[in-house]
Design a protein. Sequence first.
Lengths: 433, 240
Amino acid sequence: MSTTLTPVLSRTWDQPDSFTLAAYEREGGYRAMRTAFGMEPDAIVQAVKDSGLRGRGGAGFPTGMKWGFLPPSSPNPRYLVVNADESEPGTCKDIPLMLANPHVLVEGVIISSYAIRSNHAFIYVRGEVLHVIRRLQQAVAEAYEAGYLGKDILGTGYDLELVVHTGAGAYICGEETALLDSLEGYRGQPRLKPPFPAVAGLYGGPTVINNVESIASVPSIVANGADWFASMGTEKSKGFGIFSLSGHVTRPGQYEAPLGITLRELLDMAGGVRKGHRLKFWTPGGSSTPLFTDEHLDVPLDFESVGAAGSMLGTRALQIFDETTCVVRAVQRWSEFYAHESCGKCTPCREGTYWYKQVFKRLEAGQGTEEDLQTLLDLSDNILGRSFCALGDGATSPVTSSIKLFRDEYIAHFTQGGCPFDPAKSTVWAGEQ
Amino acid sequence: MSYAPETLAQLERDAKEIIARYPKPRSALLPMLHLVQSVDGHITSDGVEFCAEQLGITPAQVTGVATFYTMYKHDRVGEYHVGVCTNTLCAVMGGDQIWDELSEHVGVGHDEATEDGRISLERIECNAACDFAPVMTVNWEFFDNMTPEKAKKLVDDLRAGKEVAPTRGPNSVCTWKQASRILAGFPDGRAGEGPQAGEPTLVGLELAKQRGWEAPPADAARPEPDDPAAGSQTRGDIHK
Ligand SMILES: Cc1cc2nc3c(=O)[nH]c(=O)nc-3n(C[C@H](O)[C@H](O)[C@H](O)COP(=O)(O)O)c2cc1C
Ligand code: SF4
Ligand code: FES
């Protein structure tokens, strides 16, 4: 084992005033912006392409390539929209990033907007995180005051308006086209693609949508070089990323490391699974990514390797569950989440997640049959690949993977006429009494 | 609309400011719904009518949007709206037990408020704080690493009018209506209060410092247009 942590985004988080403009500039913040203003916009796009940065919001699409899809000229204004909706269960990296250092995101927005020649940018932040919203509002206000936003930034002739827009509680608004509808003041429902947002996005104009961490990584690429970024990570998954460990681990939290680190290495850094227990199952990238077990401890956590092992890197939301956890209960709760969050636009997802919920109720209560397992798999077949957006596909991940990995445990629920687990044993305070 | 003239005048000033932020007025709808909640506590027919009028759309269009999003409330909300995360990870770590005990203690269920209007409860979805599980919120401020005992004491304190401080937030929680105003985009000047990070946020960084782990040095000989003397010396740079 040789992978070490590489704090870049998290490097200043331990300073008590890390969220202020003064602290950010003390540490060299907003210098990359000045460097960028001395570059041709296309050269910045090229640098981001060369760095190999891939979207940190889950899908891993190459960021520079996405920027390159914008038409060279268009009658409509171009927009940059930052996806700060962070709502995928298990995902908890963007929120602490924005709380501790909103300015790195603001600087990323300025450089990225300049690179794609946009004069209007938005940060769409979920609403249920009040203090993060305060910090974003303050950072944007400070950047305006310092002359980093607004008209004729630092005498360059470049103008940029940045608006912090607060959502109102809807997981689906993290889906990029639903986000655009929501930002336009409508119900957040996905749009048909194509046209892709790069061609017709916000108000029909060419639009780039990127995750918080993607945009926040841009200043480091401009400051340190594309080769520097590409020197970290694996062949096709370059750079660093924030890995979020939660659940039954000794030291849950944020670990910034090169892509390709393994869960075994991360668990070692986090003090292992909580004392006296062992790993049962985990999500590599949030609840929408198929479950892994202790057989997957050495899978390099990069896009290709996790994919080849049958799951997805997603948002690097590593939710760790030990042997006290009932997998049926876990998947039931996620299924209820998807049913609750399904936007209702398409039938496979709307109906399928509703039926998931009904079947799981029976199963967890010990009233299911083997036929119910088949029903779950059939429902999954009807949702996967037939849904309008990736929410539906994601809903099937925990269901099909858990049946595959833990069929016996499902069956035990109905042979024993109920859940064989004691939920009290899984709690943080179990064993403390 | 039955708003008092001065309330209406203030609402109109605020709405104008919100609308001015956007290239197209309709984008102002979500913040404006937060705004009317900051006055009425929940979405009322007055609030719907106000939004419709300001944006030149129909009340039905406003209602169609307001009913889509869970943060817009259609019934009375407590002065302190208390959320318990019962998504899988928090639920397993103890959120389910917290919910059961708290709901019984307060005597109300999901999306219900107490008679005195002080407290309402909601089972919330993952709030992007799983490394602090089990997680609660009060008026969307973070209350991390909760237990059933802490949860009950928190609500008792809120009912008794005591000042209560979030784990990662300002020095005290504001009211539901004040929180809604921030969501509408009107800061309350308290961004500087409270910690920059919680303990789990820093575990990786602290370990890296202990072990002397850093990201590699910057590419050699990068031009630094604003500081030619610095040469390749970008090591002190925040982005390293
Ligand atoms: C249901 C659903 C929810 C999503 N939620 C988020 C989110 O909260 N944040 C995010 O950045 N991407 C989210 N995405 C992915 C976005 O659609 C999009 O791929 C991403 O924002 C692009 O940015 P990136 O290329 O920088 O990763 C979600 C996708 C789906 C289908
Ligand atoms: S898959 Fe689900 S969330 Fe996506 S459009 Fe269909 S109903 Fe809506
Ligand atoms: S599951 Fe509760 S905050 Fe993520």
